[in-house]
Design a protein around this ligand. Structure first.
Ligand code: AMP
Ligand code: ZN
Length: 115
């Protein structure tokens, strides 16, 4: 499958990995929008929130468990951070392999902005 995040999960293209286990992989965003900008993805190819199936919810829960751990490890748990999932055209989703952004390390802009 021609999916950049599948390739990152498999290790067939390079990335700056922070964490991985049997369910999820976390790595730094190539174009950071904040001092700390990690992406957390399921190993399984799921295109977007709209495509999450009943059997996938454990993986999605694991993404949140890992986000909580990474926030601590990356030093933003106390100062604050944001977990973001973009789904579909209006959100600006560009990579169609489900992922959460973990953003922090400085004061973030408005969460619910409409440009
Ligand atoms: P989204 O708009 O939620 O689909 O965001 C996709 C994110 O993936 C963007 O923030 C990109 O900078 C990031 N991205 C794209 N390609 C790579 C890559 N090869 N390694 C790390 N991050 C990437
Ligand atoms: Zn994929």
């Amino acid at each position: 499958m021609d999916c950049i995040f599948c390739k990152i999960a498999q290790g067939s293209i390079p990335s700056n990995k922070i964490f991985e286990n049997d369910k999820v992989v976390a790595f730094y965003d190539i174009q950071p929008a904040a001092p700390v900008h990690a992406l957390i993805i399921p190993r399984k190819h799921i295109e977007s929130m709209n495509d999450v199936q009943e059997e996938d919810w454990e993986d999605i829960a694991e993404i949140h468990r890992v986000a909580q751990k990474l926030a601590k490890d990356l030093g933003v748990a106390e100062t604050g951070y944001r977990l973001v999932n973009n789904c579909g055209k209006d959100s600006g989703q560009v990579v169609f392999h489900f992922h959460f952004h973990l953003l922090g390390g400085s004061k973030l802009g408005p969460a619910n902005s409409q440009e």
